[in-house]
Design a binder for this molecule. Sequence first.
Ligand code: SF4
Length: 320
Amino acid sequence: MTPVLSVRDLSVRFRMRGGRHVAAVDAASFDLAAGECLALVGESGCGKSVLASALLGLLPGNALTAGTAVIDGTDLLAADERTLARTVRGRRVGLVPQSPAAHLTPVRTVRAHLEETLRALTGTPRRELRAAVAEAAERAAFPPGLLDHYPHELSGGQAQRAATALALIGDAPLLLADEPTTGLDRDLVDRTVDELRRHADDGRALLLITHDLAAARRVADRVAVMYAGRIVELSDAGRFFGDPGPRHPYARGLLAALPERDFTPIPGMPPELSALPDGCAFAARCHRADDACRAVPRMAGGVACHHSGEEHHSEEPVRA
Ligand code: SF4
């Protein structure tokens, strides 16, 4: 099946003062099919949201990109702003934002937001707007009785549904949800990701960017793990969360840190993206690091680790 989104060797570097560069995303590659949910997981600052911004053409001016990200024949990295604004954002890529309440304009009602988006993306005539607004709200299970409320009058879950309703209006084949469950309690997290999953089941591709592994486990078909700007494992979700489990030492550490598992944090901190080591970026925290890890491991068979094919030695001490 032709993927909805095909990303190859996507890299983003930021040019900083003094000629320094920050490598926020390095050579990310993945495909995403209609009806599929790919969860892009990793700790804050690993490059997940930069990758999302690259797909939407929303990077700041000091960003340098390389590689391709093709959706429906258009390379999102090469497209100009006019193309992105007119044919990509909302139409080919729908964004479910982080902190939806903050994303909505405080002085406008939900109805006003929906009307404006309907007119911009679908050209709905004024006389049909009322029915179209009701239909858009219904698709995201937004309560019709709250359409004339302002964002500050909505609960976190209601604001989330309003944002989802807006993201769905253009019938974009790709939904990009960037940390959509931040600040929500567990019940609401489950409901939110279930609703996003439903939209994938309706035939959209869903890229769920999250640090919440429980949310990813709940709805994802595949999992991509990012560390220090690189995708280090790309795996079927059932195998990743079940048996045999993750293969990359960092991904295994992420799962082991969950309260319902070993509750053992990964020692140390991720490296600064402006000062990545020459070899594997995880080496300073990895109990299996050796001389081979002085070279950057390339992705092979879904994992980027020089020792992924060997037995797990989780009891070994962490290298200082
Ligand atoms: S390449 Fe080496 S340091 Fe990096 S995760 Fe694999 S074993 Fe650890």
